[in-house]
Design a protein around this ligand. Structure first.
Ligand SMILES: Cc1cc2nc3c(=O)[nH]c(=O)nc-3n(C[C@H](O)[C@H](O)[C@H](O)COP(=O)(O)OP(=O)(O)OC[C@H]3O[C@@H](n4cnc5c(N)ncnc54)[C@H](O)[C@@H]3O)c2cc1C
Length: 409
């Protein structure tokens, strides 16, 4: 670095939501920046395409907690999902009655209240504060752990779980969250197909290298997932401090595999309604489904946590077959046509869907968000946001915060 002028003030590693937010904030402040992105598209885990006759978000789908969600300011046409959906619960041989559903939601609220009210110190697994033994508790634990957080409650820090818990409104953009984010990336200085494999932050500036060459910058903002950081394909020179490496290890990626199917026949559920199955001995790790968003002829669904990792290892065909069987258990055979199955878990640019803190590691997010080397190296991305971790809101806010750290000089 010595004796060479940086080509740009800030190099941003990754054109996901955090990288896009950082670039927009830097440019608005009159700073120069370049975003280096490994893939041939921007958006990262917010990515939509038109397929199966509908807009399909591969990753992020809702803007949660919309009143505090910075992306809500950029929304086009959308619905408030909570206002247009009814949630159906399948009990193994039939759907729950209104009375059973009311009991289920009462138990759900009590379960969440128990977690929220539990003492946070010392930090421990969320499962330790979870109610057990009630008729709905196994289903609720499965839902809040595997299906929402991408990992069992026993693998989640209670404090992180409570501090990052989300509420509504949950908005569904008609263009997809991916479409919204792609709009926000337009015109930014993003270099696609520019994977970074080495980041030298010895100073006075930084040097980023990849198969495409090298780039000198005043400072770097790294937004890749903690899965990518832990895998080691991006080498830091010097090595990251031990406490930062421990923070990364404390924030592993959960997995939510999303899939979509063309609907070949009406199964009786109106647009936006959802269906999930109760945990039973025959269905210990069921999936969840959303019908015909915006009237489109599709149904999309999720499998999360342990079962998602197992199915990922077994392959796309196994995941598709398992999803078809889950659906058929509720609606019979023959309703699902062509499928799209996502693979976030083994895509080397992500290696999971979003981060969670391991029990005892609730402080890891704040630690990872601290800049290093007098501000030459900063981490951003969903994993670094202590309140909206795991979401596009957290990614966006963390990108803006990292951009604001960069000194004007
Ligand atoms: C199935 C699924 C459902 C989800 N649902 C929701 C939801 O409903 N609502 C919500 O708010 N959030 C949801 N999320 C989470 C949300 O998508 C993420 O939290 C958010 O998009 C993360 O953004 P980011 O910028 O932190 O990281 P990323 O999107 O991972 O961006 C990092 C970028 O870095 C790139 N990259 C990786 N390695 C390198 C390298 N070596 N060199 C250069 N570039 C590299 C990647 O390709 C990527 O573009 C979901 C995620 C998944 C997978």
């Amino acid at each position: 670095m010595a004796g060479t002028d940086p080509e740009v003030e800030v190099a941003i590693l990754g054109a996901g939501v955090a990288g896009i937010a950082a670039a927009r904030a830097l440019l608005a402040a009159g700073r120069s920046c370049v975003v280096l992105e490994a893939k041939d598209r921007a958006g990262g885990r917010a990515h939509a395409c038109t397929t199966l006759g509908a807009v399909f978000d591969h990753g992020a789908t809702w803007l949660h907690q919309a009143r505090e969600n910075p992306l809500a300011a950029h929304l086009g046409a959308h619905v408030d999902h909570d206002r247009v959906r009814e949630r159906h619960l399948h009990l193994g041989d039939r759907f729950a009655t209104q009375e059973e559903l009311a009991a289920y939601w009462r138990a759900h609220r009590a379960f969440e209240a128990a977690l929220a009210a539990a003492p946070l110190a010392p930090d421990r697994a969320a499962s330790e504060a979870a109610p057990r033994g009630g008729p709905w508790d196994a289903t609720i634990a499965h839902w809040l752990g595997h299906q929402i957080n991408g990992a069992a409650l026993s693998r989640l820090s209670l404090e992180d779980y409570v501090r990052t818990a989300l509420d509504g409104p949950n908005l569904l953009p008609q263009e997809g969250v991916g479409g919204l984010v792609a709009r926000l990336a337009e015109g930014l200085p993003i270099r696609l197909r520019h994977p970074v494999t080495r980041l030298d932050w010895r100073g006075p500036g930084v040097v980023l290298e990849g198969p495409w060459g090298a780039l000198r910058a005043g400072r770097a903002i790294v937004t890749v997932s903690t899965g990518v950081l832990a895998a080691g394909g991006l080498r830091f020179v010097p090595e990251l401090p031990a406490e930062v490496r421990a923070a990364i290890a404390g924030l592993p990626m959960g997995l939510l595999t999303k899939f979509g199917f063309r609907l070949l026949r009406d199964v009786g559920l109106p647009p936006f309604h959802s269906a999930r199955r109760a945990v039973t001995p025959a269905a210990p790790q069921p999936m969840s489904w959303i019908f015909r968003p915006f009237g489109a002829p599709i149904v999309f669904g999720f499998v999360g946590g342990d079962r998602a990792w197992d199915l990922l290892k077994e392959g796309v065909a196994a995941t598709e077959a398992a999803a078809r069987a889950d659906f058929a258990a509720m609606f019979g055979e023959g309703a699902l046509g062509e499928a799209l199955i996502t693979r976030w878990g083994d895509d080397p640019c992500f290696l999971g869907s979003y981060s969670h803190a391991r029990p005892g590691h609730h402080a890891s997010r704040a630690l990872l968000a601290r800049p290093l080397g007098e501000g030459r190296l900063a981490f951003a991305g969903e994993a670094t946001h202590s309140r909206f971790a795991g979401t596009v809101a957290g990614a966006w806010l963390s990108g803006e915060a990292a951009a604001a750290l960069a000194p004007a000089g």
